[in-house]
Ligand binder design. Structure first.
Ligand SMILES: Cc1cc2nc3c(=O)[nH]c(=O)nc-3n(C[C@H](O)[C@H](O)[C@H](O)COP(=O)(O)OP(=O)(O)OC[C@H]3O[C@@H](n4cnc5c(N)ncnc54)[C@H](O)[C@@H]3O)c2cc1C
Length: 387
């Protein structure tokens, strides 16, 4: 049975960011690292967007940047000047290629395309089985998301950011390639939080995603009918679909870190690296993977890795409201974006604001709703401490 220092079960965003930085650091050259994934990671399976100020590791994989974004609902539209931020688009395949080209040159890192079937922690090591082989290691970083575990508990609300996206090419030049549509709530809400998200790459090309923050997925036709309706509303009559994508990203404050042991750390969405109130994961994974690589060099117990912050609680407030009153999402986000300072909102979502700045963002939202959620959430925390 082959033995490794580190095995990554699941080798998507979080694992690849972590291994890339481990290789970059030069501090793990004497450690053997195995990446396992059931997927070959050779297809363009998703489009990531994230905002940042400074150029970072993923610059070579960025295919488009926007300095401006649009927020809209049925009553108003607002152009958001993103400065000093830029909103960046990364095609999944460009990211995978960038990472694999770099890490597979390292003698101590290997990738095996196999489906993991078991992770079993024993006294002195971890046993990992795939459909074809078995391995042992000192430490597992797992990013295989256990949907049932999260959805079968009732203590913490679980919503989904779910969507279908069409990348289209139109005959009519209707798009403004200098501006992404961040959230357009002018679409019918039908008792949920529903919006269109548009990433134009030229006047005739864009990715359009019909997105919900809600509990239940829709039938495929419903997302697609809504995308088509929106395309017509934009004045497009002739278009072809170049690519499609879909996703369902969990939005929850479930305390993933409680599952960490000294040998198995869940990372990525499986480890709570998805921002609970938005579903954004790219930026958070970038930050967390940097922290993890530094943490590993300190040789500490993995259970000390997670640090709970005030932002966990803020996310809980919003999720509590959307969980009970899913129809209120459009009014809450509209209140935040109508007059709020976009730079401050991004900083808040990046979990980098001071208490004073937090208040500036939160006080833009409907106060009564948040006060009620505050009372309920304090109760959540109390019961989670006593159970
Ligand atoms: C279409 C789409 C678009 C998204 N867009 C954005 C965005 O714009 N911005 C943003 O911040 N976030 C976005 N997200 C959310 C999030 O960034 C991604 O889901 C991200 O890939 C999560 O990273 P991860 O490492 O947790 O999971 P993944 O990247 O999904 O990696 C997990 C890996 O585990 C593998 N795996 C699963 N089961 C097994 C098994 N049994 N054995 C072996 N391997 C297994 C999978 O093949 C996968 O490669 C998007 C998600 C999707 C699906």
């Amino acid at each position: 049975m082959k033995h490794f220092n580190y095995i990554f079960t699941g080798s998507g965003l979080a694992a690849l960011m972590t291994v890339y930085k481990m290789a970059q650091s030069g501090a793990f050259k004497d450690k053997t690292i195995l990446l396992l994934d059931e997927n070959s990671k050779k297809t363009n399976d998703r489009t990531w967007c994230f905002w940042n100020i400074q150029k970072g590791n993923w610059e070579p994989a960025i295919s488009k940047k926007w300095d401006s974004a649009l927020f809209a609902n049925a009553d108003f539209t607002r152009d958001l000047d993103l400065e000093p931020y830029q909103y960046n688009m990364v095609q999944g395949l460009d990211f995978y290629n960038q990472v694999f080209e770099f890490i597979l040159n390292e003698k101590n890192i290997s990738y095996v395309n196999q489906k993991v079937t078991d992770i079993n922690e024993l006294d002195n090591h971890v046993f990992v089985a795939t459909e074809k082989e078995t391995y042992t290691c000192v430490t597992v970083f797992n990013s295989i998301y256990n949907k049932a575990q999260i959805e079968n508990q009732t203590k913490y609300p679980v919503l989904q950011q779910h969507f279908i996206g069409w990348f289209i090419k139109s005959k009519e030049p209707v798009f403004n390639p200098d501006q992404a549509t961040f959230m357009d709530f002018s679409v019918e809400q039908k008792g949920n939080t529903r919006f269109m998200y548009v990433l134009p790459t030229s006047t005739t090309e864009a990715l359009l995603e019909y997105t919900l923050f809600s509990h239940d997925l829709l039938a495929k036709e419903e997302y697609e009918q809504e995308i088509e309706k929106y395309i017509r509303k934009l004045g497009i009559h002739n278009f072809e679909i170049i690519e499609k994508e879909q996703g369902s990203i969990p939005m929850t404050c479930y305390p993933f870190w409680k599952k960490t042991t000294n040998r198995v750390l869940n990372i990525g969405t499986a480890g709570g690296w998805t921002k609970a109130s938005t579903g954004y994961t790219f930026k958070n994974s970038d930050k967390k993977s940097t922290q993890l690589v530094a943490f590993l060099q300190e040789g500490k117990d993995l259970r000390q890795f997670h640090k709970k912050t005030k932002f966990w609680f803020y996310d809980l407030l919003l999720l509590d409201i959307l969980n009970r009153h899913n129809e209120l999402g459009a009014s809450i986000f509209s209140a935040m974006f109508k007059k709020g300072n976009p730079t401050l909102i991004f900083k808040f979502l990046d979990e980098e604001t001071s208490y004073l700045e937090d208040l500036q963002v939160i006080l833009k939202c409907p106060k009564r709703l948040f006060i009620k959620a505050l009372v309920r959430s304090i109760r959540y925390i109390y019961t989670s401490k006593t159970t």
